[in-house]
Ligand binder design. Sequence first.
Ligand code: FES
Length: 280
Amino acid sequence: MYRIVRKESLRPIVTLYEIEAPLVAKKAQPGQFIILRVDENGERIPITINDYNPEKGTVTIIVQTVGSTTEKLSHLNEGDCLHDFVGPLGKATETEGKKKVAVVGGGVGCAIAYPVLKKFHDCGAEVHAIVGFRSKDLVILEDDFKKSSDKFIVCTDDGSYGRKGLVTEALKELIDEGNQYDEVFAIGPMVMMKFVSKTTEPYGIPTTVSMSPIMIDGTGMCGGCRLSVGGEMKFACVDGPDFDGHKVDWNLAVKRNQMYQEFEKHKHEETCNLFKKEVQ
Ligand code: FES
């Protein structure tokens, strides 16, 4: 069992959980993920690691409440335990040997962009951070980003904070101003990562995206997380989650993601209907 030692609400539906998981904390690296189950009968959900503390034996994750499992998780409190917390899974993000990088995060994906950005910074790279949110009330980890980046740009869709517009517009401007990036790293909604990749492609800037498709077993056995990358089938759980954004088959990835979201929505509605029937 894995105890929640800290629970902190960052935004109305975005929560930080610090979990006691010494073996995971000992081996975790930026970019890797865990799979958790809230209870014995719960579904397994993959969540990318936000932070880890090997001395304390804890791993921090930031979760947006968007489906039935994250909803169930949101009802747990400090002192409660998760049934499973397996990891670290996937390959760590390669952060060494870069002189200048841009890290682009979207929404709750910024929780994952942050440890990667910090590792780039700790490895000596000049780091430009561009983060995007729908509106001011959804902005997270701003101080953390500022501390570890040489340039920090926050964008909101509605212009309620930072600059109004898309992260891709800010990224393009930085490139056009003459910033020569060794790499652009993007994490966030799939459609955002797709357009970051499309933005950098004409400039030939190596672009890494952190993919989080449907995952079931997290071991490369079920095929749930398969992606087409450079014409080859890859599994995000064992071959990723980082991939070359210029080689990902985005049409297929976006289509599979939409199907999964539909399924999740339907499942959530079904659960609510069942619940309503039970209480009637
Ligand atoms: Fe099953 Fe990756 S989650 S193959």
